[in-house]
Design a protein around this ligand. Structure first.
Ligand code: ADP
Length: 303
């Protein structure tokens, strides 16, 4: 069945946060695409126009490390977003026990992630929902960030009704403390969690609730001292907590190089104002010292 006289729908690829995702053929270009059908059911007519205007801005967001939004149109009360089709995602790579990730492979995946982030942050677009299954991998090994800006347009999805509870593990401490005004630093924290996950081959900070998530962060890095994060006391959900000492990063990541640990600690900085930016992270020694990042086409991928 053709949608908008242009896309031939194929099988369902999966059910996502905002709706069903289909594989389809773009009859105009012959290209395989992924169509995300977003339910707009409960929203008022006017919201759709706002969404469409914002979506238009996302169409302008073109970078080798960002999933291209090819087309967007309303159809039968649903908003359809057409993206380039991607073979797999970073979660599948991390989970596949047959895949060995070398330090060069990890560096390559992190570099592509940070490049995509730096590009969007330069345009003042935040991701807000970074996690390994949002980092898609193309047929030539290129990693591209998916779902950029969607969290802002459609609101943070109500996760009580979805299987997507894992995004909590990538949440920055300022979000867990209820910050209403936050910036690109939330994406850098998430990228740090993904960096850690690439090194450990399992999610690093696995909280069972938002409070427990903060507990996991404190257990790893120690409770933040006022000097480390002066503005913490102004955050809406801030409460005084008992002192917990941190663990040396070296102990948590025995396999990482000194440069890797230095970058990781700068990305895991408590104070979002002091946290390294995606652009600064790309200029860190870790990327210029050996071993060099693996060429994307040579990266190991699931079959
Ligand atoms: P979530 O909201 O849980 O992150 P998504 O809505 O992004 O999930 O995606 C749902 C499913 O569709 C996932 O299984 C994902 O692998 C697949 N998918 C999403 N985007 C693409 C794409 N561009 N190419 C191929 N598969 C995709």
């Amino acid at each position: 069945k053709k949608v908008a006289d242009r896309y031939l729908k194929r099988e369902v690829l999966g059910e996502g946060t905002y709706g069903v995702v289909y594989k389809a053929i773009d009859t105009k270009t012959g290209q395989t695409v992924a169509i995300k059908k977003i339910r707009l059911g409960k929203q008022k007519e006017g919201v759709n126009f706002t969404a469409l205007r914002e979506i238009k801005l996302l169409k302008e967001l073109k970078d080798p490390n960002i999933i291209e939004l090819i087309d967007a149109f309303p159809h039968k009360g649903n908003l359809h977003l057409v993206f380039e089709f991607m073979e797999t995602d970073l979660e599948a790579v991390i989970r596949d026990r047959n895949i060995v990730l070398s330090l060069s492979d990890i560096k390559s995946y992190l570099q592509m992630t940070l490049k995509g982030l730096a590009f969007c942050h330069k345009k003042w677009v935040l991701h807000r929902d970074m996690k390994p299954n949002n980092l898609l991998i193309g047929s030539r090994g290129q990693l591209k960030l998916a779902d950029f800006g969607l969290a802002r347009i459609f609101g943070s999805p109500d996760r009580r009704f979805t299987h997507q509870v894992f995004a909590r593990w990538y949440r920055a401490p300022e979000l867990l403390f209820g910050a209403k005004a936050y910036g690109p630093a939330v994406d850098v924290w998430a990228a740090a969690c993904i960096f850690a996950e690439l090194l450990l081959r399992r999610p690093f900070l696995q909280g069972n609730s938002d409070i427990d998530q903060l507990g996991k962060i404190f257990a790893a890095f120690g409770t933040p001292k006022p000097s480390q994060w002066p503005d913490i006391k102004y955050l809406p959900d801030y409460v005084e907590y008992q002192y917990v000492p941190g663990q040396p990063l070296r102990q948590l990541f025995p396999m990482a190089s000194d440069d890797a640990l230095d970058l990781l600690s700068k990305m895991f900085t408590y104070d979002p104002k002091a946290r390294i930016s995606a652009l600064q992270a790309l200029e860190h020694r870790y990327f210029s010292s050996g071993p060099p990042p693996t060429e994307p086409a040579l990266l190991p991928r699931p079959p």
